[in-house]
Design a protein around this ligand. Structure first.
Ligand code: GDP
Ligand code: MG
Length: 439
């Protein structure tokens, strides 16, 4: 794959002590070949290499890093730029319609379900609408997915043939639902054809959605690029969702897609599971293509294991200085989930600092059980106002939970320190800043 073939080139390049016309030319030739092999469109690859060369020849060699490293950096930045610079979020402003389009088998229906789940987790209220009237099974498929992600779905009669009528009925039905985003799944074809485009144009004209997302199978390479161009000319797409990036896709599609259509890749599908849809970050993709791993992406997966609502609730209470033992228990549970991935999190510079503030023991499940027992032996009043827990109460709690008095004392001390930290606005701000640095 692209990462492998680039790896050797970069290893050679990194060792270069002096940038010369000839060593750059050699490296760039290798890079261009690797891009073409990865299915990047010819003109895109050519232009890309020309950019890198221009920048590389112009650099003032910094003393601190090797010139080769500098070229790799230029290459990386240029690639991130090619992929679209910053991540582009969805426009879900009123009326919040998202129209999904693409070829058969690209992953539209699956992605519609994934997107619904994602938006729901972000605290929105999505609805799904089945507008694929060509295959009766398509309607059922969406209904099943909707059930799995627990999102309401509008399904038309199997005899219905007019997609605009379906959309009208769906909007009528939607009025009875409490929602703020509607995702429309549509039919695909084996290839772009007149009827499909006509139908999509009518539906698009009727809905006038703020988001029209093309779902494209990354494994189809060049074909995906020409499909994107076609759909864009027909209805004006607002973004691309690349699916099946978990497969052995050569990555080239992603590179040309953005350059050819000028439309941002907004999400990436990386598996059949419904939570395997991720925001597309050009920088991270560039890292990945250059074989630098995708640590941030992994951490994003970890973060998704933690219920966002729970986390927000607890953070808000912290900010209000209302932190009590009920919150403490919630937090311990969240930490434990993270604990499974502690090694991984340690790789992140931002997280390392936070990790130091969390005692190692917090990750120990046995210790966690004991802590839980202690908290459960407190009366509700004690949990809400831990400051009232004085000597005799401490002894009672120790007996009740079957631990030694010192452990109760330790826990109360730890809790007190945590609370103090939470109440100091500067420390809180710092912590939030560190967390903000995470995805
Ligand atoms: P549609 O015809 O465009 O609606 O495509 P479907 O949603 O029915 O998906 C076609 C197949 O691709 C299904 O078997 C999906 O499970 C699979 N699929 C969709 N997205 C992904 C992905 O990101 N990764 C993998 N591995 N499979 C996917
Ligand atoms: Mg479908």
């Amino acid at each position: 794959n692209l990462a492998d073939s680039l790896d050797k080139t970069f290893r050679n390049l990194r060792g270069v002590g002096k940038i010369s016309e000839s060593n750059i030319t050699d490296a760039l030739r290798d890079i261009r070949l690797a891009l073409l092999e990865a299915d990047v469109e010819f003109s895109v690859a050519k232009e890309f290499v020309a950019h890198v060369k221009e920048k590389a020849m112009g650099v003032d060699v910094l003393k601190s890093i090797k010139p080769g490293e500098q070229i790799v950096k230029i290459f990386h930045d240029e690639m991130a730029e090619l992929l679209g610079g910053d991540q582009v979020p969805l426009d879900l402003s009123d009326p919040g319609y998202v129209l999904i389009c693409g070829l058969n088998g690209a992953g539209k229906t699956t992605t519609a379900g994934k997107l619904a789940l994602r938006l729901k987790r972000e605290g929105r209220k999505p609805l799904l609408v089945a507008c694929d009237l060509y295959r009766p099974a398509a309607i059922d498929q969406l209904a099943v997915l909707a059930k799995q992600v627990d999102v309401p779905v509008y399904t038309p009669e199997a005899s219905e043939t007019d997609v605009v009528k379906v959309a009208k009925d769906a909007l009528e039905w939607a009025k009875t639902q409490n929602h703020n985003v509607i995702i429309f799944d549509t039919a695909g074809r084996q290839e772009v054809d007149e009827r499909l485009i006509e139908e999509l144009k009518r539906l698009h004209a009727f809905l006038q959605p703020k988001e029209t997302l093309l779902v494209a199978d990354s494994a189809t390479g060049q074909q995906a690029v020409s499909v994107a161009r076609h759909f864009d000319e027909a209805v004006g797409i607002t973004g691309i969702i690349l699916t099946k990036l978990d497969g052995d896709a050569r990555g080239g599609a992603a590179l040309s897609m953005r350059a050819v259509t000028g439309k941002p890749i907004k999400f990436a599908g990386e598996g059949e599971k419904l939570d395997q849809l991720f925001e597309f970050h050009p920088n991270r993709m560039a890292d990945r293509i250059l074989g630098m791993g995708d640590i941030v992406g992994m951490v994003e997966q970890v973060a998704s294991k933690i219920d966002e609502k729970d986390a927000m609730k607890s953070i808000q209470r912290l900010a209000e200085g209302k932190f009590d033992f009920y919150d403490f228990l919630d937090q311990m549970k969240m930490l434990q989930k993270l604990g499974d991935m502690k090694g991984l999190l340690g790789l992140l510079p931002g997280f390392n600092k936070i990790k130091k503030q969390i005692p190692d023991a917090a990750f120990d499940p046995k210790r966690m059980k004991r802590t839980e027992a202690i908290v459960l032996s407190m009366t509700p009043d004690e949990r809400r106002r831990p400051e009232i827990i004085k000597n005799s109460r401490r002894e009672r709690i120790a007996k009740g939970s079957g631990v030694k008095l010192v452990e109760v004392n330790q826990l109360l001390k730890q809790f007190g320190e945590m609370r103090k930290m939470m109440r100091s606005p500067n420390k809180m701000k710092n912590m939030m800043k560190q967390m903000g640095g995470m995805p």
